[in-house]
Design a protein around this ligand. Sequence first.
Ligand code: PLP
Length: 387
Amino acid sequence: MSQEKLNSKVIDEVRKIVWPRNLKLFTAGPVACFPEVLEVMKFQMFSHRSKEYRELHKDTVERLARFVEASEGTVLLFPSSGTGVMEASVRNFVSLGGAVLTTIIGEFGSRYREVVESNGRRAVVLEKNAGEPVFPDELDEALRKHPEVEAVTITYNETSTGVLNPLKELAEVAKKHGKLVFVDAVSAMGAAEIKFDAWGLDVVFTSSQKAFGVPPGLAVGVFSKEALKKAEAIPSRGWYFDVLKYLHYQEKEWSTPSTPPIPQIIGLNVMLRVVDEMGGKSAWLSMYSERAKMVRDGVTRLGLELFARRGYESPTITSVKSPEGIDGYEVYSRVRERGYEIAAGYGKFKKTSFRIGHMGYMPKEYIEEVLGVIKEVLAELGWVGKK
Ligand SMILES: Cc1ncc(COP(=O)(O)O)c(C=O)c1O
């Protein structure tokens, strides 16, 4: 068979497996990619030791650093999903056996706790009820009680409940106590403001498949000088997620120790240019907050309640309480049958909620459409609205 001619038979076979229907995505991630991303990810591959790669890597890192306002911090790229950098934060910046204050407002805060404990560190837990953020005075009190902790973990945007923590204020408290601040910004970076230097953050990470709207496989980490200095004294940082090794390769040759996901980096690079074309970071963030408001207003008009406490709603995902007697998973399934993929409730909220993601490529009319479909599905399930 000719190598030059596309073998559409095999392409169609695979398409049938992964893309049986043309669903519009309102997922929690991976999210729909911008067309520009899909286009550039077709580019033929090249070596990650080539001069072309170095230019791509350097440009991507510099654009990210501008985006998160990190002129003091260092941006590094990892061939992993976001959880890889979560693990790296513990292995590189916390002493073996040392304590970490893990704040938990949902499932991903719990994951951070597991990562801390499974890496031989001790988790001191500050846990809130679902729908609530952590308040600065609560963090202050926990840190007064536990002066031994070396770092604080904060889920900036808790994807399971759709709550945005007050990161700037929480970081201020943690720094007042002299602690390192680790931020899971997986579903926040690219949609919620991050001022890395000014807010005194030490580790912030995200995954490509969320608010930047790129396929999964690439993680981004931002690290403060203080954190990187501390890593020098931590033994057994491992190999794959040794942040100092990444730093070394970046400084030496604008590359990574092992092979990076080049197509995703190309995709992210094009998205950072799309952000500029759309008017820069603040215009881009406004697009996200407008979308989120449109979704919130829509579900509230239907008479539904949100999970998140008012004033702390997520810019990237809206978690909705399923009405009394209606199975949230059934709502998710029926909406999907109609061609719109929202997200089911997460973990223990699978039956009592459903979520509407608003990340990635999403024309406004899609939002109107999905709200209409949710209304139809709820009516079909016998919900007559709030009395
Ligand atoms: C807040 C948060 N943290 C961590 C993760 C895990 O990210 P990844 O799957 O890229 O490792 C997710 C994924 O949804 C998330 O939403």
